[in-house]
Design a protein around this ligand. Structure first.
Ligand code: FE
Length: 234
């Protein structure tokens, strides 16, 4: 399997390219608009054909490349069932599977960071989960806007993600320290917001963060509801 973790340093965003083989079909998860030239070049160099571009949730910190990729490659645009974006071709329900040339991604509804956030589980010999911004490495995604809810975040992480098993690799939607991946077991034991905490403690921790709004928020959210292509342009 081809699996590439791609990084946008401006927003600290990880995007993921998956394909089963050279010459086959490919999927891009959480692509960033500014990285379009790099994606198109990599797809070409690997000799893979993009069939789906997927966002785990409506991002507030960068503009999605979903619409631009659809226009450039005729791929379908995919999000979870509760997305408010009206430009998405395919909405996945909880536990629904997306098959890309033999690679199966199972959609897991994991609200908390936003009320429409999904994670995507990839089975096989080395199971992995793309967690979007719900579960980060030694952190969790903020829960203070876009329908975010700390209690829902706790429930998603402990009831949907932890049961995937300690060996499951965790690939987050962001990292700001340069860490690239973790495992469910590591996060269960060492994530300072989760390990040894109660649901009530977690809600208190999240309420006390007092984070500033992302600088891109007023541009990114409306743009992303139009797959990065608002009618009047960015
Ligand atoms: Fe986010």
């Amino acid at each position: 399997m081809i699996f590439r973790q791609l990084f946008d340093s401006t927003s600290g965003t990880y995007s993921y390219l998956l394909a089963s083989r050279a010459g086959g079909e490919a999927l891009l998860v959480d692509p960033v608009l500014e990285q379009m030239p790099a994606y198109l070049q990599l797809l070409d160099e690997l000799g893979v054909r993009l069939v789906h571009a997927l966002d785990t949730h409506t991002h507030a910190d960068h503009v999605t490349a979903l619409g631009a990729l659809r226009d450039a490659t005729q791929c379908t645009t995919v999000m979870g069932a509760y997305s408010q974006a009206d430009c998405v071709n395919q909405l996945l329900s909880d536990d629904e599977t997306l098959n890309v040339d033999g690679i199966e991604l199972r959609a897991l509804y994991t609200p908390g960071h936003t009320n429409e956030s999904f994670s995507y589980w990839i089975g096989g010999a080395e199971p992995a989960v793309l967690t979007g911004d719900v579960l980060l490495i030694r952190g969790t995604g903020r829960t203070d806007f876009q329908g975010g809810d700390a209690g829902a975040s706790w429930d998603s992480i402990t009831q949907r993600l932890f049961p995937l098993g300690d060996q499951t690799l965790v690939y987050p939607g962001h990292d700001y320290k340069g860490w690239t991946r973790s495992t469910i077991g590591e996060e269960r034991r060492f994530n300072p917001r989760l390990a040894g905490r109660s649901r009530e403690e977690y809600i208190d921790i999240m309420a006390a963060l007092n984070l500033p709004d992302p600088t891109m928020m007023d541009i990114a959210v409306p743009a992303n509801l139009a797959c990065g292509q608002p009618p009047g342009g960015l």
